[in-house]
Design a binder for this molecule. Structure first.
Ligand SMILES: NC(=O)c1ccc[n+]([C@@H]2O[C@H](COP(=O)([O-])OP(=O)(O)OC[C@H]3O[C@@H](n4cnc5c(N)ncnc54)[C@H](OP(=O)(O)O)[C@@H]3O)[C@@H](O)[C@H]2O)c1
Length: 341
C-alpha cells in the first residue's frame, strides 16, 4: 500500500520531511477492520507526534488520527461492520495512522460515517467529536439531554473556534440546556463560535473572568479548557462556581496548582481521547456509540461538519502545508485532505 510517512526527523520545509512510500498491506487482528482511507483531517496531535520524533529513529511512521473511508476486510471477531461499509473514526495513537491507503482500526472505536456527508466533511469530525463528547458527558459528568429546557446553568468553553471547540459548542448547544459561553480572540473566530451555536462569546486573551462578570456571569457552573491549561488555570479557579467542574485537554510542562481548587471543592478531570483505545478499557465501545450518535445528529441536520479548509489531495507537500497551518495555532474549524486511492 501507499503511505505518506515520516522517516528522518527533518524540518517541515525540507522536501523529504514526509515521503510517499510503499509498505506491506496490514493484516486485521480479530477485532480490526481494514479501511481504505478516502479522507483525513489534520490535528495538533499530528505535529506534536512529528516534533517528538527521535533523531535516531528512521523507521517509517504513519501519522494521522482522523479519517473516513470504506471497509475492505474485517477480522475474525468483527460484528459491527462488513466490507463496503463507509466509516469514520479517529483511531489509536499507538498504532499506525491514517495517512495511508489502508489502515487498521478496532471496530469498537469506529462508526458508520454520516450518510449526508462526503468523506472529506466526515473526516473533519471524529477526533474532535470524541474529545468534546467525553469532555461534556464523561468528564463534566452530564448526561446528554439532562439539562435541556433549563438555561440557568452555564458552560464556558475556552478556545471555541478550534477543532475541538467548534464541535463542543454544537454538542453543548444541541444536547444540553447549558448557556454556552465560548471564547475567541479575533472577530472572525468569534463570529465562527456564534455560527456554531454559542450563546455568548468573550475574548480569552485578556482578563476574561472580568468580561464574564460584565456579561452577567460572575461564575460559571462548568468549564472545558481546550488551550493553555496552565495559562488559564488561575482564571478558571476564579471563575468556577463552588462545587463546579473543570476539564482540560492540553498537557502542560508545569503542573497547575491543584490547591487553587480546594476552597471551592472543585472537581478537575483530564480528558484524553486516546485513553480508551490505548488501554483497551472495558467501555471502549462507548466511542463507537458516541460516533454513531454524532452521525445520527448530523444526518438529522442538528450538527454540521466543522470542515473549513480543503487542502487538496494527500501528498508529502499538502501534508506539510497542513501541519504548518495547524502548528500556527490559529485554525478555525478543521482542515481536511482527500486521498487519490
Ligand atoms: N486531550 C485530548 O484528547 C485532546 C484532543 C484533541 C485536541 N487536544 C489538544 O487540544 C488543543 C486544541 O486542539 P484543537 O484541535 O481544537 O486545536 P486548534 O484547532 O489548533 O485550535 C485553534 C484555536 O485555538 C484558539 N486559541 C489559541 N490560543 C488560545 C488561548 N490561549 N486560549 C484559548 N484559545 C486559544 C484559537 O482561537 P483564537 O484565534 O480566537 O485565539 C484557535 O481558533 C491542542 O493542544 C490539541 O493537541 C487534546
Amino acid at each position: 500500500m501507499k503511505a505518506v510517512v515520516l522517516t528522518r526527523k527533518l524540518p517541515l520545509d525540507h522536501p523529504e520531511c514526509f515521503e510517499l512510500i510503499e509498505l506491506p498491506a496490514p493484516v486485521p487482528g480479530p477485532r480490526d477492520v481494514l479501511v481504505r482511507v478516502k479522507a483525513v483531517a489534520v490535528n495538533p496531535v499530528d505535529y506534536k507526534q512529528r516534533q517528538a520524533r527521535k533523531e535516531d529513529d528512521h523507521a517509517p511512521r504513519i501519522l494521522g488520527w482522523d479519517a473516513a473511508g470504506i471497509v475492505e476486510a474485517t477480522g475474525s471477531d468483527v460484528t459491527l461492520f462488513r466490507p463496503g461499509d463507509e466509516v469514520y473514526y479517529a483511531g489509536d495513537v499507538t498504532r499506525p495512522g491514517c495517512n495511508a491507503e489502508l489502515q487498521l482500526v478496532d471496530e469498537r472505536i469506529a462508526a458508520r460515517k454520516p450518510e449526508s456527508l462526503g468523506f472529506a466533511e466526515a473526516a473533519a469530525l471524529p477526533l474532535t467529536a470524541i474529545t468534546a463528547w467525553e469532555c461534556l458527558f464523561d468528564r463534566l459528568g452530564h448526561n446528554a439531554g439532562d439539562l435541556v429546557g433549563t438555561k440557568d446553568k452555564s458552560l464556558l468553553l475556552l478556545g471555541g473556534a478550534g477543532g475541538v471547540g467548534s464541535i463542543a459548542i454544537q454538542l453543548a448547544a444541541v444536547l444540553t440546556g447549558f448557556t454556552v459561553i465560548a471564547t475567541a480572540s479575533r472577530p472572525e473566530s468569534a463570529e465562527w463560535c456564534r455560527k456554531m451555536g454559542a450563546h455568548h462569546v468573550i475574548d480569552h486573551s485578556g482578563d476574561w473572568p472580568a468580561e464574564l462578570a460584565k456579561l452577567g456571569f460572575p461564575s460559571v457552573d462548568a468549564i472545558a479548557c481546550f488551550s493553555d491549561t496552565t495559562g488559564h488555570w488561575a482564571a478558571m479557579a476564579k471563575a468556577i462556581v463552588p462545587q463546579g467542574k473543570i476539564t482540560a485537554i492540553v498537557e502542560s510542562p508545569e503542573i497547575p496548582d491543584i490547591g487553587l481548587l480546594k476552597a471551592k471543592s472543585v472537581t478537575f478531570a483530564w480528558e484524553f481521547m486516546f485513553t480508551r483505545a490505548m488501554f483497551e478499557t472495558p467501555d471502549m465501545i462507548e466511542q463507537h456509540e458516541l460516533l454513531k450518535e454524532v452521525a445520527n445528529l448530523v444526518d438529522a441536520g442538528r450538527l454540521v461538519t466543522t470542515m473549513t479548509r480543503h487542502g487538496g489531495t494527500l501528498s508529502p507537500a499538502t501534508l506539510a502545508t497542513a501541519h504548518r497551518e495547524q502548528e500556527a495555532g490559529r485554525m478555525i474549524g478543521k482542515q481536511v485532505l482527500e486521498t487519490a486511492w
